[in-house]
Design a protein around this ligand. Structure first.
Ligand code: AMP
Length: 174
């Protein structure tokens, strides 16, 4: 029986030299791979008390929305700047080169809401940290962060010590 990691493709030197891109489209394309990924991520939420799931653009939408549906929870998109039509809050964060900005609708989270953050992959943790700050700015509480893949050598856990982080597949190296 195949494991979920068997469906992840590793592409050397994409999008630039030295980076190994962990491709999840090959997971999604396979009914078995997709089910293994969703079930394993969903298992991390067993027994957890939470109100909604926020997924990070764009692969976090796929996993986050599916898991929200499985648990009859609402799904909140955390989007790149300029995409959300209503009033937003925004947060900038550092990329390897330059800066990026993400946004959430201002009324998407009510004060006191317990929020689970989901993305396909955690590398440095910068993106999910910015998303967590947005949730907190709106008065929400981040009760867990769930990823399919964690690049452990980038030590996101050292940055995000106050959060409960779960990942299904862990890779050494970048
Ligand atoms: P970070 O903010 O460094 O944790 O980066 C996380 C975001 O960048 C996620 O949305 C990932 O999809 C993407 N990402 C970073 N590194 C990789 C990689 N090696 N392979 C695939 N996606 C990556």
């Amino acid at each position: 029986m195949k494991k979920v990691e068997d469906y992840i493709k590793s592409i050397p030197d994409f999008p630039k030299e030295g980076i190994i891109f962990r491709d999840v489209t090959s997971v999604l394309e396979s009914p078995e791979g997709f089910a293994l990924a969703m079930d394993a991520m969903n298992k991390e939420l067993e027994g957890l008390d939470y109100d909604c799931i926020a997924g990070i653009e764009s692969r976090g939408f796929i996993f986050g929305a599916g898991i929200a549906y499985m648990n009859k929870k609402g799904f909140i998109p955390v989007r790149k700047k300029g995409k959300l039509p209503r009033e937003t809050v925004e947060m900038g964060y550092d990329l390897e080169y330059g800066q990026a900005v993400i946004e959430m609708h201002k009324d998407s989270i009510k004060p006191g809401d317990k929020v689970v953050l989901i993305d396909d992959l955690i590398a440095t943790g910068g993106t999910v940290e910015a998303a967590a700050k947005l949730v907190e700015q709106l008065g929400g509480e981040v009760v867990k962060m769930v990823f399919l893949i964690e690049l452990v050598d980038l030590k996101a856990r050292n940055l995000l010590t106050k959060y409960d982080i779960a990942s299904v597949v862990k890779y050494e190296g970048e």
